[in-house]
Design a binder for this molecule. Sequence first.
Ligand code: ADP
Ligand code: MG
Length: 248
Amino acid sequence: MNAEDSTMIRFNQVNKWYGRDHHVLKNISLEVKTGEVVVVCGPSGSGKSTLIRTINQLEAINDGEIWVDGIQVNNPKTNINRLREEVGFVFQHFNLYPHLSVVENITLAPIRVRKMSEADANQRAMELLERVGLAHKRDAYPSQLSGGQQQRVAIARGLAMQPKVMLFDEPTSALDPEMIGEVLKVMQGLAESGMTMMVVTHEMGFAREVADRVIFLDHGEMLEQGAPETFFQNPQHERTRQFLRQIL
Ligand code: ADP
Ligand code: MG
């Protein structure tokens, strides 16, 4: 099987409840191919964060199967820490370590977890900082950076572990409007470099331009998925149309 055909993420009839009654993911089946960029959208509370958090088991599922690069996530025998090394996660709030410099934020996990030498980790961190346009900030502390810059460092930090997949949960929602573009641009570059990505976002411009596929969640149900052209021009469900009217 060549790389283009391979499945990186697979959900097979996944269900999740919070407590007994709150059915938050309803029979979700989906596949993300290697190198594919999938945008997840939907109203607040529809289960978007829960969906992507199940991929590295920040949330456990109750039923069904999730596979990442051929490894079953919801299997007690799976080494979840090992799996998490392969899956980068960028949150709405950047969660940088405030007491570490930019470059130390990026090298920490490669040195501690991957046992990379400090010299190699530093070199790699500088390459990543170049890529996100922040090489000149290597010795700054997070508090000295704008929100957009902090989020770009968070992306570089995720990439430092050389993950197979990058997950983003509303990475620009906490940013001032003038900083959204710089973060989306870094994400677009990453997508163009062939990274497999799942991105929860309300940035429909990004979805149109960068996504291979858009998924719409509503009340924990995957109501619709399609290529951006189809999704935006010809949504099948009234609830999708309603959602798009509200945010576009
Ligand atoms: P979204 O990201 O689309 O806004 P979430 O996945 O965060 O949606 O949440 C889906 C639903 O599950 C919401 O009704 C939310 O209140 C609920 N929920 C989320 N996290 C928890 C939790 N840890 N415990 C109980 N309910 C939760
Ligand atoms: Mg959310």
